[in-house]
Design a protein around this ligand. Structure first.
Ligand code: CA
Length: 225
């Protein structure tokens, strides 16, 4: 395993603790005490994952997150945000801006390692495009764009397929309509939030008996669970 984790954290004690913990778990690490140093080395480092503190002396962690996601080279690097307090708004914002997970200080090193491994697993999984089997009820073949419900093939549009795959790959995660729109159309989006509702409704109808896997989270968005 040669995963390199970049740690962006201005408090030396925490940074040190993170580095020691990750090294013990066989990760390579590189520590940055501010956002600018980290950003100027991002391409060179090409990390497998970034642990990013929210409050930094020079650039806000959320801003860094946004910059990374808007950079072609950094687009797919997983980010775990560190937040000082359990501030719901920061968490939600972090996830909106493309962070993969967050952890609240004070955290247990063991939990952080578990989260990092989970995020990396998810990423490797999505990159290998494995056949996805959900409880034997829904089966997805990402390579062939095929979906089966109880072994019967259902016909999805490419938008419905993408939405299903997005939600399935992060089971239990709540996606806002905005995130779904971004995922589907990126900056070119000219459609309305309601468009997502229409696609999700059609997708659920086509899933038939498996429709209840997709749950509507009132006022937020959707999740697959
Ligand atoms: Ca800090």
């Amino acid at each position: 395993m040669n995963y390199l984790v970049c740690i962006v954290e201005d408090e030396p004690d925490i940074s040190e603790l993170l580095a020691v913990t990750l090294k013990k778990a066989n990760f390579l690490t590189r520590c940055y005490l501010n956002g600018n140093d980290f950003l100027s080395n991002l391409e060179k480092d090409n990390p497998s994952l970034i642990v990013l503190d929210l409050m930094l002396p020079d650039i806000d962690g959320l801003e860094i997150c946004r910059l990374i996601r808007n950079n072609i080279k950094g687009k797919n690097i997983p980010i775990i945000m560190l937040t000082a307090k359990s501030d719901e708004i920061d968490k939600v914002l972090g996830l909106e801006l493309g962070a993969d997970d967050y952890i609240t200080k004070p955290f247990s090193p063991r939990e952080l390692v578990a989260r990092i491994k989970a995020v990396l697993r998810r990423k490797d999984y999505s990159e290998t495009e494995k056949f996805i089997d959900i409880d034997g009820i829904i089966k997805i073949d990402p390579g062939k764009f095929e979906v089966f419900v109880n072994d019967e093939k259902i016909e999805l549009t490419s938008t419905e397929f993408k939405l299903l795959k997005l939600m399935v790959q992060r089971r239990g995660w709540v996606f806002s309509r905005e995130q779904m729109l971004d995922y589907l159309w990126g900056n070119d989006k000219i459609v309305l939030d309601r468009t997502i509702d229409v696609h999700v409704k059609n997708l659920r109808d086509k899933l038939g008996i498996a429709r209840d896997y997709i749950k509507n989270i009132r006022g937020v968005g959707y999740k697959f669970d």
